[in-house]
Design a protein around this ligand. Structure first.
Ligand code: RET
Length: 234
């Protein structure tokens, strides 16, 4: 269990509060929005931080943690990512004006990435197998990045200048921040390599999660002009 009064517990509470405040801010920003197309972005983004707030609460209170082969595993992270990463991609895809096939491909690869990552975290057959699952998950991740920079970016390039520019900013943020996750996993406790301890790992994931969800949401929702041009193009 999470040691009461530990740094780890404090970080998880900061994560919970940060995600909850982000959720409230996005609700306030979207309040009174009548345009259905624009409402979509608010709804998706509000769910992303709300799900994360619940996941962080479960980790801060010890519920989201289990012990697997002597290693502390926060299973709640994967439950969070399973829903929130497809929602983040959906935000990007709607901004890009992507078709259903592109959205289905991105979401499929993403779910495969999270589920195989979870298999790695829960594997009890030894470190080699855990790392093998990590490699499989990375394969899905690389394919996902490929679709982001190829198909999705081509579709976004057909959008107006403002929308295309916001898409590029958000896509680049996704590429950089998301790439840090498998790195933290492999140098951390899940892989059993343990170059960094659980507290450092918890802190790094918290910073990444807040940037990838709350930071991402602010950049997406801050510009009415961008959301206006998406809704008028739809
Ligand atoms: C794992 C481990 C196995 C290899 C790979 C991973 C990738 C995880 C990613 C998570 C992104 C999470 C986000 C959360 C938002 O708050 C599962 C860590 C490739 C990319 C963006």
């Amino acid at each position: 269990m999470v040691q009461p009064g530990s740094t780890e517990e404090l970080i998880l509470w900061i994560g919970t509060i940060g995600m909850a405040l982000g959720t409230l801010a996005f609700i306030a920003m979207g309040w009174g929005e009548k345009d259905e197309q624009k409402q979509e972005f608010y709804i998706i983004t509000i769910f992303i931080t709300a799900i994360a707030a619940v996941s962080y609460f479960s980790m801060a209170t010890g519920y989201g943690l289990i012990e697997v082969a002597g290693i502390d595993i926060y299973w709640a992270r994967y439950a969070d990512w399973l829903f929130t990463t497809p929602l983040l991609l959906l935000d990007l895809a709607l901004l890009a004006g992507a078709n259903r096939n592109t959205i289905a491909t991105l979401v499929g690869l993403d779910v495969a990435m999270v589920v195989t990552g979870l298999a790695g975290a829960l594997a009890t057959e030894g470190a080699t197998f855990r790392i093998a699952w990590w490699g499989i998950s990375c394969g899905f991740f690389v394919a996902l990045l490929y679709f982001l920079v190829s198909t999705l970016s081509q579709q976004a390039a057909k959008r107006s200048g403002d929308v295309a520019a916001t898409f590029s900013t958000l896509r680049n943020i996704v590429i950089v921040l998301w790439t840090a996750y498998p790195i933290v996993w492999i140098i951390g406790t899940e892989s059993t390599l343990g170059y960094i301890g659980l507290t450092t790992e918890t802190a790094l994931f918290a910073v990444l999660d807040l940037a990838a969800k709350v930071g991402f949401g602010f950049i997406l929702l801050r510009s009415r002009k961008v959301l206006d041009s998406v809704s008028s193009a739809a």
